[in-house]
Every structure is written in C-alpha cells, then in structure tokens.
Design a binder for this molecule. Structure first.
Ligand code: NAD
Length: 698
C-alpha cells in the first residue's frame, strides 16, 4: 500500500514517500502528499516540511503501473502536487537521498529548497520514452542550472550524480550524510527568514546571444545523433521557452508533451520499455520461486563465444573456471579476454588494476574436474551433437548436485542435450550473441524438463550481468535466428530479382536497421549461412533458397575475414566497398536462372524483409515458442539492431495494421517466384487480421 508518513522532527514535519518499488507518484500517493502538505500548513506547531523517500530512491516519477489506466489521468495530477508544494504557506524542502528522476525531480524543483546527497542520481529520462518532461522540468531546471547543463540532462535523458551539479541553484546544499537533518535545518532557516524561494521566479542565467548559438549547436547535434526521435528536438524547443515567461513556457511544454504522446516513435519506445519488463516474467514460474545461489561459474570452450561469455561474469565479480580441450586454444582464448580488457583500459573505461582484478577471477585449465565447485556450467564447444554429448556426459559426472548445466548451442535440440545427463531438469539453454561480452540479448532456452527454479535463477543472473533475457522454447534457431533466416532469404530474392546488395542494405538502414543484411552477413561470415543452407537443402527440400550466396561462397568470399564478400574490404578496414566482381556474379546468376532484372522499390525491400520477420514471428507464437508477442520485439531490439523507435517487428506490424500486413503478404505470394508457401499468413496473424486487431492488443 502506498503511503506518505508524517514524522515530527521538532517543528518540522518529515514526509516520507513510500510506494515501492520506486516511490512512484501514483494516484494514492499524489492524494496523500497533497493531504500531508495541507496538514503541515494547518498545524500551528509546524514551521515547514521536508519531503524524502523510503528505501533507496527518492522517487522514480510517474507510477508506470498506472500507464494506460484511468488512475493515470485521475485528479489530482502530478502538476497539482507540484502546485501544492510550491504554494504551501510554509517552506517545503526536498531531501534527496537517492535516485530522483522524472516526476520525482520535477517535484523537487517545485519545492522551496533542495538538499541532496552527493551520490544521489538525478535526471529527466523522458526522452528515452519519446517524450519530454511534462511537469515543468523543462522550465524550472534551466532556471536552476543554466541552459547548457539543463540541456545535457534533458536531451540526453542520462542521470548525473548530485555531486556533479553542486554549483548553480539546483541544490541549496550537497552533503555527504544526514541529508534529512540538513534539509530540516534549511527549512528552519527559510521559516526564520520568512522566505519561500521559487525557481519559477528566477531568470535563466544565460545571455541571449550565447543562448542562440547554444540552441543552434544542440539542434544540429540532436538532429544528427537522433534523426528519428522527435522528442530530442522538442525538448530543446521547450527549454528555449524557459528564456521567456514561465506560464507560457509551461503551456508550450504541456502542448509538446501531449503531441509527442501521440507519435509512433513514443508509442514504440514506451512499448519497448514495458516489453523489457514483461520479458522478465516466465510463464509458469511464480515470482517467489526460490533461486539457486550462483557464486562460481564454469565455461567449457574458450573459442569465440566462451571467452566473451566468461567476461560477463568476471565483470560482475563472479569467479569463472574456463576449461578447454587444447592448450593452444586455451591460451588463445585467454589472450583474447586480456586483449579486450586492455583495449577497454586504453579507452579509459577500466583501470590497470581493474584489468588485473578481473583476470585474477579467471581460473583457466584443461581438466573438466575443475568444474566440480561451479554452481553454473555453460558449455560453448563446437556446434556438433556428438561433441556436445561427450562434454555433457563428462559435466554430468563432475558437476555437484544442484548445479545448473547450460548450453550455448545456436541450433541443436536442447532436449536431446539434456538427455545426455541424468538431470534434465537442471539443463537450460543460455544462447548468448556474438560478441558475447557486448551484445545485450540472452535467449534463455526452456527445455521440456527445465525446472522452474533453474529458469528463475538464470533470469535473475541475466539481470546481474546486464543482459536482457528472453525465454524461448526449443526449435531450430530459437526466436531470433529462426526469424532472421527468412529475413535473409528475402534479401537474397530481392537481389535475384533486380536490387543490388547495396540498395537492399541502404533501404533497410535508412528505414532504421543498424546494419543491412549483406553488410551483416559479411561481418558474421558468409560461410556460416552456407553451412546452414547445405543442411537445409537436405532437411527442408521444400523451402526456397536463392543459390546466389552459395556462388559467392564458392569463390571464397566469406566476408570481412577474407577481405571480400558481398562487398570488398581494404586491408585493415571494415568499410564495405561496392565490388564490380559481385555485380558481374549477380548478372551472370540472373541470366543462368532466366530472370530479367526489374526495378525493385525501397518500400518493397523493407516490407518484404520486415514482413518476413513478422510472419515467422506469428508462427513462433502459433507454436508457443515465444511466451508473448512483446518478447519477440525485445529479441530484435536487444539482439539484432532493430530500431528502438520502431518498437520491434511486431510493433511495426501493429502500426501498419494486421489486415494490411496480411493483405500485403498475399500480394507477395502472388508475385512470380513469390514463395507463396512462406507468405501464407500464419494462423496467429490471420486471426488478428480477421478482427482487425494487433499483436499487442490486450
Ligand atoms: P569456436 O569454434 O570458436 O570455439 C569452440 C571451442 O570449444 C574451441 O576452442 C574448442 O577447442 C573448444 N572445445 C571443443 N571441444 C571441447 C571439449 N571437449 N572440451 C573443452 N573445449 C572444447 O566456436 P564458437 O563460435 O565459440 O561456438 C561455440 C558454441 O556457441 C556453439 O555451440 C555455437 O553454436 C554457439 N554460438 C556461437 C555463436 C557465434 O556467433 N560464434 C553465437 C551464439 C552461439
């Protein structure tokens, strides 16, 4: 139950916001705070109020649990709470002991004074949801901090420590301890002096000429850095209004806030915010499921993945036992881990001491019995079921009871792997993405027998190492790569029909993908896809594949690692340069299969590639491989460079409308050579289209 408690400290009332987990300003909390301020005003024994938060936070701002419910817009609003504080007849001082962001910071800006602990983080992160602060943040913060620093906070959305914002009028005092005591003292001083200072009455300290130049610079920078995020420019516009009349600025801020609320970008970014939180909930695993303690992790295989996987745990201070089968592979793996850390040290992200500390937590070896004391063992050896069998049988022999046994396999059947052990309930997939120390996504693969507490433990551990975990059922490619295969197939067909690899990449990159499919394939290695296709030709003879990429591979053009792929690369450079040899290869291929090149529009490129993701995603939902549509979006946002401001493939489909998406798929099916079997809308999508509903409708 939310509460605001009133405690008397002499003649000052200390009001404590208590609404776990972040002391959000939900409806109850808003009411109670106004009531408490009124009580202070009416009490002749009290001379002022100090507002602080219970637990580690001051306040995280709006209560996100109210989003989309009537409580969100019910009276009183946050602006009313701010007004109650600002207009209180007795001084109201915010005692900021911990994180104070969004509406929390805006509330404190409406108080008559602010005292903060130096370590407390303050910020206005609204742009990360495609919005701007909507309760005066853009008007009061510049009056307190000056334009440049206010813009830093508001346009980046990144919080800063109060200690870094000491000078200026944001804080009356920044202290190292007893923030409530200092705030009470300030409230008394203000009461003695009969002062109720208000930020709204201050003038922004910047000169007009300098301000003009600053805004021009910041607009350029925001347009360049965030070309698809209108909120960043609108935030600058709102801050610019702080140079004028306060009420007019408030009105503009309100207007811009409401306009942004209706943008597809904000809808997408808010969706992503909730999708990430939803992904943490695992069906059939109660939130209070006890987790197993993970104090030491074992990693088997020190290749491309094993080293990066180990780094995740070392970074979190968890010791790792790294086991290889060959001395030289072990040495190479260790050298790569060290080189990665040293590169971070050169960039100033780690100290030399931290590098040694992390390396010191790593215990390398060639003997699997060293895994005996590990609480979690992650296998990252060759992608070969026979090799996995040998490794899992051995792990089963040495691992202690209750240890979690994980496989990083990308394509093999996790249930088959689990059956190599006598404890399939302890086996789970942990599918990291390359480079494993960098990529945020972790697919947690739930086998037929995976125990609930194993899933709960791995999901919690993922958070501890900074990953976004999404649960997937067992299937070839899991969620992400299974969908990607069809995206890649479409990209190839488009080239077969007349587009160039550059056009396909450019169209998708302009649309927002971090990297087009051909540049991506050159980066990952074209031989990987080749190996998969060779298997597919046998396993799935009915599936259509362009053979163009095979021809490329037959020439040894594996991508960046061989200096040539769909593009050519100068020695030591990653810049993808068009290659006339590839153009000739494509022309020859078209002539061999009897295709006359046609003009392909950028729109067709985007729709065929992204709708390929959508249709396969719908099949994944049909089969229950993904728990919910938003999980699929999260996979693409966290692991595949999908633009945040589009909210994921299924959010994009929702914005186009399911009926129109299904209709377009039928058009693709009818095109010559159109892969009609693939484009038949999956049942999930067909059902949505029938009702005109979206993947994300409640
Ligand atoms: P890799 O070939 O780079 O490394 C595999 C390592 O395992 C080698 O160093 C090898 O010496 C070692 N090894 C083999 N048998 C062993 C044994 N019995 N005991 C100990 N070590 C042994 O392969 P990788 O790319 O790191 O892939 C490893 C796993 O991760 C595979 O299952 C792969 O599908 C999966 N994966 C790879 C990627 C990727 O992009 N490379 C991404 C996700 C998942």
């Amino acid at each position: 139950m939310p509460s605001v408690t009133l405690q008397r400290v002499g003649d000052i009332a200390v009001l404590t916001l208590d609404n776990p987990p972040v002391n959000g300003f939900g409806l109850q909390q808003r009411r109670m705070l106004i009531d408490a301020l009124d009580a202070v005003a009416a009490d002749a024994q009290l001379r002022g109020a100090v507002v602080t938060g219970a637990g580690p936070l001051f306040s995280g701002g709006a209560d996100i649990r109210e989003f989309g419910t009537p409580a969100m817009t019910a009276s009183p609003h946050l602006l009313d709470v701010l007004q109650a504080a600002e207009e209180c007849a007795k001084p109201v001082v915010a005692a900021i002991h911990g994180t104070c962001v969004g509406g929390g910071l805006e509330f404190s800006l409406a108080c008559h004074g602010r005292v903060a602990l130096a370590s407390a983080k303050v910020g206005l992160p609204e742009v990360k949801l495609g919005l701007i602060p909507g309760s005066g943040g853009t008007q009061r913060l510049p009056r307190a901090l000056g334009l440049a620093r206010a813009l830093d906070l508001i346009v980046s959305g990144e919080p800063q420590a109060a200690g870094e914002l000491r000078d200026g009028a944001l804080f009356d005092a920044v202290v190292e301890s007893d923030v409530v005591g200092a705030a009470c003292a300030l409230a008394r001083r203000l009461a003695d002096a009969g002062e109720l200072p208000r930020l709204r009455d201050r003038v922004v300290p910047d000169a007009a000429d300098a301000a003009r130049e600053l805004f021009a610079q910041r607009r350029d920078a925001a347009a360049r850095q965030y070309p698809h995020q209108p909120a960043r420019l609108r935030a600058i516009e709102a801050v610019a209004a702080s140079l004028g009349d306060f009420e007019a600025g408030m009105e503009l801020e309100r207007w811009l806030f409401l306009a942004l609320l209706a943008t597809p970008e904000s809808r997408a970014m808010r969706h992503a915010f909730f999708a990430e939180r939803a992904a943490a909930h695992v069906r059939g695993v109660a939130p209070d499921t006890p987790v197993r303690e993970i104090r030491r992790v074992g990693v088997v295989g020190a290749g491309t993945m094993g080293g990066g996987i180990s780094m995740n745990f070392l970074n979190a201070g968890i010791p790792v036992v790294l086991v290889e089968s060959r001395q030289e592979a072990l040495e190479r793996g260790l050298a790569t881990v060290r080189a990665n850390y040293e590169a971070s040290a050169r960039r100033g992200r780690l100290s030399a001491q931290q590098v040694e500390q992390r390396m010191g937590l790593l215990q390398p070896g060639l003997d699997m019995s060293a895994l005996r004391d590990c609480d979690l063992i992650i296998e990252a050896v060759f992608e070969d079921l026979q090799v996995k069998r040998e490794v899992f049988e051995r792990i089963d022999e040495v691992a202690r009871d209750g240890a979690i046994l994980a496989s990083n396999t990308s394509t093999l059947d996790l249930d088959a792997i689990a059956a190599f052990t006598r404890r399939p309930g302890d086996v789970v997939g942990m599918h990291f993405f390359s480079p494993a120390n960098v990529m945020r996504l972790l697919e947690v693969v739930r086998g037929r027998h995976t125990a609930a507490d194993v899933l709960a433990t791995v999901m919690q551990l993922a958070r501890r190492i900074g990953k976004t975990a999404v649960v997937s059922g067992v299937c070839d490619g899991f969620i992400g790569n299974r969908m990607l295969e069809h995206y890649g197939r479409m990209a190839q067909f488009l080239v077969e029909e007349g587009a160039s690899p550059q056009q396909v990449d450019r169209a998708l990159e302009t649309w927002g993908m971090a990297m087009g499919p051909f540049r991506m394939s050159d980066l990952a290695g074209n031989d990987i896809g080749w190996a998969i296709r060779k298997r597919r030709y046998v396993d799935k003879p009915q599936m259509r594949y362009s053979r163009l990429a095979d021809r490329l591979c037959e020439l040894g053009r594996f991508g960046q690692k061989t200096g040539a792929g769909w593009y050519r690369y100068e020695r030591g450079s990653r810049e993808a340069l068009p290659d006339p040899e590839v153009d000739a290869l494509i022309r020859q291929y078209r002539s061999d299969i009897g295709v006359r090149a046609r003009a392909v529009s950028d729109r067709e490129i985007v729709e065929r590639c992204i709708y390929a993701l959508v249709n396969e995603a719908a099949r994944i939902l049909d089969e229950g491989i993904a728990q919910r549509a938003s999980d699929i979006d999260m996979v693409y946002l966290a692991g595949y460079g999908f633009p945040l401001w589009r909210g994921g493939p299924l959010m994009w489909a929702d914005m186009q409308g399911s009926y129109m998406v299904a209709r377009r798929m039928r058009e693709f099916a009818a095109q010559p050579g159109g892969d009609a079997a693939f484009w038949e809308p999956a049942q999930w999508l067909a059902r949505l289209a029938e009702r005109g509903a979206g993947f994300h409708d409640a």
